[in-house]
Design a protein around this ligand. Structure first.
Ligand code: GTP
Ligand code: MG
Length: 192
């Protein structure tokens, strides 16, 4: 798959706007600020293609990118306290609406910060994914922020907390590129 061919396709503020598509789709979901947009840019080797911000709540729509006949879908984050109730609800509707809509859901990449214990909303997301039948893996993000020697232990802890196989948890860093090969292997197995 030629990730570097990725380009922005469109941005949707409501699920009703999503056009039908039979293209395989890989989506990125996780707390606000966990590093979804950054991980996509690293995958595409294209800084700034997906908009990144140090402030949580940057991605407020469902953003579609396309590379080599595969859709990469950047979803809004969950768990961001400082937006209005109505806006929070709109984001939640986008996330759940995307999962529930009839599309080619080839892989959900569920991002969790490797530095912390699993938080309530991450547990809820993983519990949903576990019973949804959607194919998913977990990407543990910001691995550059903890010692290499702690990474495997933290993966085991988080996998247990989240109720997922440690083999389905990829340790990643958008800063160093750690885990990108493994992530690409999962994507290609799911889409090709
Ligand atoms: P929302 O769109 O707000 O939901 O956030 P997001 O999940 O898309 O996060 P984003 O990619 O915008 O990154 C949030 C912040 O974390 C930015 O300041 C990034 O530079 C930083 N960041 C993301 N990934 C990494 C990483 O692997 N390592 C480090 N050190 N920082 C990262
Ligand atoms: Mg984002």
């Amino acid at each position: 798959l030629h990730y570097e061919k990725a380009h922005f396709e469109a941005s949707y503020g409501t699920i009703a706007q999503l056009p039908e598509s039979n293209m395989p789709e890989v989506c990125f979901v996780g707390r606000s600020n966990v590093g979804k947009s950054s991980l996509m840019n690293k995958l595409f080797n294209h800084k700034g293609l997906a908009k990144v911000s140090s402030q949580p709540g940057k991605t407020a729509n469902v953003n579609f990118f396309e590379a080599d006949g595969v859709h990469f879908v950047d979803l809004p984050g969950y768990g961001f306290a400082r937006v209005s109730g109505a806006e929070k609800q709109r984001w939640a509707d986008l996330i759940w609406g995307y999962f529930e809509s009839e599309r080619s859901h080839n892989l959900v990449i569920s991002l969790v910060d490797i530095r912390h214990d699993a938080q309530k909303l991450d547990l809820e997301m993983l519990s949903y994914l576990n019973q949804s039948g959607l194919p998913f893996i977990v990407a543990l993000t910001k691995a550059d922020k903890i010692a290499k020697t702690k990474q495997a232990q933290q993966r085991a802890t988080l996998a247990r907390q989240l109720g997922v196989d440690p083999m389905a948890c990829v340790i990643t860093s958008s800063q160093t590129g750690q885990g990108m090969k493994e992530l690409k292997r999962f994507i290609e197995n799911a889409c090709l």
